[in-house]
Design a protein around this ligand. Sequence first.
Ligand SMILES: [Zn+2]
Length: 455
Amino acid sequence: MPVTPTRWLAEYAWLPEHAEPTPDVLIEVEAGRIAAVTPLIPGSRPPAGVEVYADATRLPGLTLPGLANAHSHAFHRALRGRTHGGRGDFWTWRDQMYAVADRLDPDTYLALARAVYAEMALAGITCVGEFHYLHHRPDGGAYDDPNAMGAALVEAAAHAGIRLTLLDTAYLSASVDGQPLAGPQRRFGDGDAGRWAERAGGFRPTDSHARVGAAVHSVRAVPADQLRTVADWARERQAPLHVHLSEQPAENDECRAVHGRTPTALLAEHGVLGPDTTAVHATHPTSADLTLLADSRTGVCLCPTTERDLADGIGPARRMADAGIRLSLGSDSHAVIDLFEEARAVELDERLRTRRRGHFAPLDLLTAAGVAGHAALGWADAGRIAVGARADLVTVRLDSARTAGVPPVGVFFAAGAADVEQVVVDGRVVVAEGRHLTVDVPTELSAAIEAVTPA
Ligand SMILES: [Zn+2]
């Protein structure tokens, strides 16, 4: 029996490389892929080849390609709103984060991640990169299935209806000079990179919504002489490789003290940089670091709301883009899960730094939130409303209190996650009328967070 295409008639759709959205676009979906994209000319007859569109389902508002959240630690969602009572910095926040990490097991993590990924679906996120290092039991011993925690995350994404790249993270030491993991960090570690590779290599989810990549937690957490093992593992599999980079000036200082070079230079020397590599944050790079990133075609994932929340600083986004570095976006600590907010922050943070406006065009922000994020996670066939691409369609209301009167091209400066009306992932409707179809997100978030937060 032939598969009947699903036809959507978008009031506006943002098509690839277009500076602004196009009105009245017929989008046909077949077997999870976009089969045809036809802009209709208002008042005219349907273009040749388009026989019927009266049967198309109308999508009022602006339909975007799927958004990609290129950097996530799902369990950090449990800390939202709980770490703001006193002063402190990244390092005091990290101690609170460890207290939650200590309480997770495969069952509680499945429940929490399922709710967090469903919150992402509500925000129009169709794919997430999970930077995963909670591998073992709290005392560092392996679970019966040594990848039980990773498997829980894959299952959580399936329940939430989004795709996932599990970035299996090597986390082997506590400091740049190789101090051993202690206390709550013990469950992150595999001992050495060879044992990390063995465990990670044993995890091969067959689900079509998931793929596995690799991550170096940071130059703090992987000794220099073991960086290449992780990089080679990713390269052999043509898998994405991510790494936290220069989020904190202290990391730069320690790396210079121990290795006599910046973290970026150290990663370059040990083969970590490259076109399949994404550096996360890169908030405090030198000019020479930017050249190394650009020359190696390494991408950068900015996480502006986290960098803001943790008082990290402002990364040089415009300088990176000018150097040809492709930018993607992540919600990282999930103080906020809203890629509209992340995207406009890239522009607005530049304004604060330079006291000038107009650094990034709306299309640049969409590219970072969509196709660039998907590419950074290894899904090169997603993030575009184009024939052959995965049928990810995110429809944003243009009649909410926030978006009423806003021209469609202005959506990244007006909309928030709450304005997402419908989300289609791989041709399947996951969110309709602003509600997740299978997960009661607020109720499940409350229960899952209560179960893992210290009283
Ligand atoms: Zn992170």
